[in-house]
Write a protein of this length. Structure first.
Length: 136
């Protein structure tokens, strides 16, 4: 029985794999940012409304049962985190630029259509900059 020859990847294959990882990384970062910053349903919360609710929670904590206190403490933590995020302005421009540079190649490699990108919330103007049209 002959010994099996160990197969090695060619430099071109390694380069193609690395390029695919880079494309995927740029696409994933942009889609994650879009998802985290998508508009929410319902009335928009303001800094003032969150602070009013935090004041109400502080008052309710004094007379709350242990189970109610647990729920109020969690709500307070969630509201404080939301308050921090309201103050942070998200700048998608760098991620958008990186996405636009790689999206066409990524779409061709993976067979992703214009409609699929749009359904995920990618704006039409970003797809246009990427060179992805309705016919893709």
């Amino acid at each position: 029985m002959a010994a099996r020859r160990k197969s090695t990847m060619t430099t071109a294959h390694k380069r193609a794999l690395a390029e695919g990882r880079e494309l995927g990384r740029a696409v994933r970062k942009y889609l994650d940012a879009l998802h985290q910053n998508r508009p929410r349903r319902g009335r928009k919360r303001t800094t003032e409304s969150i602070k009013r609710r935090l004041d109400t929670i502080a008052k309710q904590l004094t007379d709350a049962s242990p189970l109610q206190r647990l729920q109020l403490v969690q709500e307070r933590m969630d509201l404080k985190a939301e308050l921090e995020q309201l103050g942070a302005k998200v700048d998608l421009s760098a991620l958008e630029r990186d996405f636009a540079q790689v999206a066409r190649d990524y779409s061709e490699r993976k067979g992703i259509s214009y409609a699929a990108w749009r359904e995920l919330g990618v704006p039409a103007d970003v797809l246009k900059r990427a060179g992805i049209g309705r016919s893709n």
